[in-house]
Design a protein around this ligand. Sequence first.
Ligand code: AMP
Length: 209
Amino acid sequence: MNIILNGASGSGKGSMAALLVRDFGLVHISTGDLFRENMAKKTELGKKVESYVSTGKWVPDEVTIAVLLDRIKQPDCKKGVILDGFPRTLNQAKALKAVLDVDLVIAIDVTDEIVQARLGGRYMCRKCGTIHAARWDKIDKCKKCGGELYQRDDDKAEFIQKRLENFKQNNAEILDFYRADNKLFVVHDKLENTPEDTYRAVKDVVAKL
Ligand code: AMP
């Protein structure tokens, strides 16, 4: 079973993916995580994508598609994948269709206000990478390992709106693409929802696949 999670940065794709991994044993693949891992290790790929990722611009299709297709070829992906943050362009969606049967596209629909609020309050642990809603939880150390928390460059206010505009511009045609294939399921999120609240409807749909 292969699933795509679609939604703006800050729509809660990462939390939704963690719940799907817990219940359905799929492999979670986030292109954003793959890029950040490579940046942290200072690989050739990391150096190539750094200027895009740290300013909230999208990495060019040829790079992103090559990275993703290479990852889903790995043996662990045979049990099924959850793609998070891919595809973000129609080109990416078409390249994926040529190599992978997608069973379901879960589109998390959120308002701009939700994205602004969530991303502005999101901090990441320098040591273990765990993401925290630090501004609401009023914490300054990682709850998991005690590491220092920092705000990702691309989560700073000036980049959030740019990311959102980019996302909306391209996403309509991606949703049309999957709607035409009868693969699309849209879930509407609210600011007061916990990840589990939003997940409930999704779980029922996935369980029926
Ligand atoms: P994310 O963690 O999904 O918000 O991704 C962080 C950043 O990685 C994005 O702002 C882009 O710079 C880059 N990125 C991740 N996925 C893609 C993609 N499918 N296409 C282009 N750039 C991407």
